[in-house]
Design a protein around this ligand. Structure first.
Ligand code: COI
Length: 359
């Protein structure tokens, strides 16, 4: 594998205090960059000081959105060690997303190495207070300069990172979500399973309306019947009705969340009945009314996020008395325990970083 060149900043900054951290506002001293050109492949992998880059106004990504990204986290445990969570799975998902957008694949070992090297260089930025982490954002953009619609012949892969706190202002308190009967995030056969910029652009209008009504996020329903649960956009959705755990299947319209997979794996390890199947909104509302429902979201940024209220067609349904359910709490504690190195990691999800100096 090509060696990653490292150029350190001449002006290292002081990371912010952990208690001031929000989500996605602060970035570390360095970033990773690597270009692709047709006929040459991916080349020049390097860690460089964090910097803006210039793009020609005709650059393809600015017009047609040929862009993908991923999101993963590094955690500093009580032992001081830094762990990446499911980095290989995130690397594989970069290429899965890229496939939908006609972006040439990147050697997955190189993706892992880009992340590992960057985080090792900026390891003093990994916060240590429980609930904080270093968020890592690998991104690929199409960089050819042209105004015709076809896949670009050149790309930039880059990785930026930054220390973060909770994604939702509610933290681990239950969020309120609005099931939308008007707007659609994605449909089967579209790009819903790719982590691509356009899916997030498609979610903004509906999300703003939901926020104006006092909700944190939208629960997207399927684009054909407006009836079956898809996902929340910032997280996958999961629920328990009586003793069965349910989540929508990976049908091409929703993201194959890695926290979704972690939660399903743990629930199955615990011997629970877990079904990945279409879930109609009326089934959820009936269970909410009967007090038989617990609901939570799963996502890298959101972790495990309890849902305390569901809105639909002008009605508000309180879930589990508006409180965090037992299973939600157990999932949160177990996943967070693995991430910070305080719980056993039977599936080998955490990758310990070396604290050797680079460069
Ligand atoms: C993540 O969970 O990592 C995401 O990319 C979601 C994004 C809305 C922050």
């Amino acid at each position: 594998m090509t060696e990653i060149a490292i150029t350190r900043t001449a002006h290292p900054r002081q990371p912010p205090a952990d208690e001031t951290l929000q989500f996605g506002r602060v970035f570390t001293d360095h970033m990773f960059m690597m270009e692709y050109d047709a006929g040459k492949g991916w080349h020049d992998p390097r860690v460089v000081p964090y910097q803006p880059f210039t793009l020609d106004p005709a650059t393809c990504v600015l017009h047609y959105g040929q862009a993908i990204f991923d999101g993963l986290k590094a955690f500093r445990g009580k032992d001081g060690q830094v762990r990446l969570f499911r980095v290989k799975d995130h690397a594989a998902r970069v290429n899965k997303s890229g496939h939908y957008l006609c972006i040439p694949p990147i050697d997955e070992a190189m993706i892992v190495d880009s992340i590992r090297t960057l985080v090792e260089v900026d390891q003093n930025w990994v916060p240590s207070t429980p609930g904080t982490s270093l968020y890592i954002r690998p991104t690929v953009i199409a960089t050819e300069t042209f105004l015709g619609v076809h896949p670009s012949s050149s790309y930039l892969y880059y990785v930026i990172t930054g220390p973060v706190g909770a994604y939702y202002k509610e933290g681990m308190n239950p969020v309120r979500i609005l099931a939308s009967d008007r707007y659609v995030r994605a449909v089967q056969g579209g790009l819903g399973a790719a982590k691509t910029a356009g899916n997030y652009a498609a979610s903004l209008y509906g999300a703003e309306e939901a926020q104006n009504q006092g909700y944190t996020q939208v629960l997207w329903l399927d684009g054909v019947h407006h009836r079956y649960l898809d996902e929340v956009g910032t997280m996958n959705i999961m629920l328990r009705i009586d003793d069965e755990v349910l989540t929508p299947p990976l049908n091409g319209a929703i993201l194959a969340g890695i926290t979704r997979d972690s939660a399903l794996t743990l629930l199955r390890d615990w011997g629970l009945k877990v079904s990945e199947r279409p879930i109609a909104i009326d089934e959820v509302l009936d269970a909410a009314k009967a007090g038989r429902l617990e609901m939570w979201g799963t996502g890298t940024a959101a972790v495990i996020s309890p849902v305390g209220e569901l809105g639909y067609k002008g009605e508000r349904y309180v879930i589990n008395g508006g409180k965090t359910g037992e299973l939600t709490q157990k999932l949160y504690d177990t996943i967070v325990g693995i991430q910070y190195g305080t719980a056993p990691d039977p599936h080998g999800w955490a990758t310990l970083l070396s604290n050797r100096p680079h460069g």
